[in-house]
Write a new protein. Structure first.
Lengths: 249, 273
């Protein structure tokens, strides 16, 4: 069953002061099936974040449509049972991470006692128990990233959308994110994420899309990559060599 | 029902975020200091003691309320867009209309709290002074007039808050939003005077029909904030007619509704990239 779908999406952004429009996404179509871990990789500026923002309805496409769990992206019901981690996440500086979690609980109608229990649990998972009551302004970048991850996972979402979830994290943090994605996958969560770290993508994804200049240039799976192992350059991982092949054209 | 809960949740988190800004306490503290100063000064004008005390204190209440949209409202709203904190809110099943209404609710709670505390302080100081100074100076004192005057000041700030939200949705620049909100305030304060001036037809200052029409249209576009000012009545202990309060309540509510609806329509079209 398809959980996330994009159909023929096209997006233009105004460029500079002239307001001339620049094409950012071209005829983008893909679906993420239930239980998939779908990774989008691509060079800087390829349009990965823009694609995620369109699926989340933060940005409106000029053509085409997106949907989550059968709900059109435009309807806010598509965000039920959804967790999102933005690129360089930003939380309210004067509030604590617990304040944020309680906000999420209120929007979901979760009783306060249960919310506090769940908050303890998820903060423990992302290793932030010690910082539960510290304002975000005193957080390091990695702590903010972990806090935002806790926020995304708090309501045990069925769909997870993560934009560069490993960025700003130390090796322990990176491993933590990988473990969380794996664990969520085992529980049946559908995950869509983008990343620059090809080795990580290769390790955890069931589907991989390579994006370049607003196009989805290629799709592959870890199994396919394994079969290409002999063609790949020895100093590179199969995904790295495939990636360079696709991008270099 | 669910929508109300969502709006409440957004209102609460905005209220909390606003309340943890130190500047809010600075404003309240400065107002309280100013009020103590007003008590001291007014002691010098025995006959007019109540008038001066109330004039100064109620002005402090209304100025503190007016500062909220400028120092907290705009920074919180444009900060949400610039730092992308808005994604945190909109990642939940929250529509953009919920977001606008929730933010408005949060600012309204913040303004009500600040103005409520300061009105309470005004009432306490006036009441305390009435025991301190000769009683016959306080015969004109009317607590209900003080309360109603503050309530109307609050309504004026709530109206300005709604205009501020609209401007923040129209422009991405917080500087421009501040400027537009300030313009709304200034025009809202004076538009009534201009209308009066025009209708007087003072010799040598003839105003053409076109200008008259333009100003009349402006009166409808901008909130008539001066109409909410009952500080003089409160200071002199004059009765504030209830029907006027009710009419202003309806006017304010209608104005706020239109501003927020416009804000939602415009915000709905925007890319939050
Ligand atoms: N708000 C915006 N206004 C105008 N252009 C934008 C805006 N946001 C992104 N772009 C442009 O859209 C293109 C795609 O950006 P996007 O952020 O989607 O890339 P990305 O693949 O996520 O890159 P990265 O790997 O660096 O995160 C870039 O060329 C960028 O300059
Ligand atoms: Mg990106």
């Amino acid at each position: 069953m398809s959980i996330i779908s994009c159909e023929n999406i096209e997006k233009y952004y105004p460029e500079g002061f002239s307001g001339r429009k620049k094409k950012i996404l071209t005829d983008l179509s893909f679906t993420v099936r239930q239980g998939d871990v779908f990774g989008i990789v691509g060079p800087n500026g390829a349009g990965k974040s823009t694609t995620l923002k369109i699926i989340l309805d933060f940005v409106r496409p000029d053509k085409g449509k997106a949907s989550i769990s059968g709900h059109p992206a435009r309807s806010h019901t598509s965000h039920r049972h959804l967790g999102f981690l933005p690129e360089n996440p930003s939380l309210y500086r004067h509030l604590t991470v617990t304040d944020h979690l309680l906000f999420a609980a209120r929007t979901a109608g979760m009783p306060r006692g249960e919310a506090m229990r769940r908050a303890d649990e998820i903060l423990c998972t992302v290793d932030l128990s010690h910082a539960a009551h510290i304002p975000i302004s005193r957080f390091s970048k990695g702590m903010t990233q972990r806090g935002a991850l806790a926020y995304a996972l708090f309501l045990k979402p069925e769909v997870l959308i993560l934009d560069e979830p490993m960025s700003g994290l130390d090796p322990l943090g990176r491993q933590l994110v990988i473990d969380i994605i794996r664990e969520s996958h085992q529980k049946g969560t559908t995950i869509l994420f983008c990343s620059h770290i090809l080795t990580d993508v290769e390790r955890i994804c069931t589907q991989i899309a390579i994006m370049d200049k607003g196009w989805l240039a290629a799709f592959t799976t870890p199994q396919e990559l394994q079969q290409r192992k002999d063609v790949a350059k020895p100093e590179m991982s199969p995904l790295e060599s495939f990636f360079l092949e696709v991008i270099a054209g | 029902m669910n929508a109300l809960k969502t709006i409440w949740a957004i209102g609460l988190i905005s209220f909390q975020e606003g309340l943890r800004r130190r500047i809010i306490y600075g404003v309240v503290l400065a107002s309280l200091l100013f009020m103590s100063f007003a008590v001291l000064i007014s002691g010098l004008f025995m006959r007019d003691i109540v008038k001066i005390m109330l004039d100064l204190s109620l002005s402090a209440v209304s100025v503190s309320g007016l500062l909220v949209p400028f120092i907290v409202g705009i920074t919180l709203l444009s900060g949400d867009m610039e730092q992308r904190t808005i994604y945190t809110i909109l990642a939940q099943p929250v529509s953009r209309a919920h977001y606008i209404l929730g933010k408005y609710l949060g600012f309204a709670m913040l303004t009500s709290l600040i103005m409520g505390i300061l009105t309470g302080a005004t009432i306490v100081t006036v009441w305390g002074s009435s025991h301190l100074y000769a009683e016959h100076f306080f015969t004109s004192l009317s607590f209900s007039a003080i309360f109603l005057s503050s309530l109307m000041s609050l309504l004026a700030v709530l109206v300005l808050n709604s205009a501020m939200i609209l401007w923040c949705c129209v422009t991405t620049s917080s500087f421009l939003a501040t400027l537009l909100t300030l313009a709304t305030y200034l025009i809202g304060q004076t538009v009534e005077d201009i209308i009066r001036f025009i209708s007087l037809h003072i010799a040598g200052a003839e105003v053409s029909g076109l200008v008259q029409k333009t100003v009349q249209v402006a009166l409808y576009l901008f909130p008539n904030l001066a109409a909410f000012d009952f500080k003089q009545q409160a200071a002199y202990g004059l009765p504030i007619p209830l029907h006027e309060v009710i009419l202003l309540g309806i006017y304010g509510a209608a104005y706020i509704t239109v501003m927020l609806l416009l804000a939602i329509v415009i915000f709905n079209k925007r890319d939050l990239a």
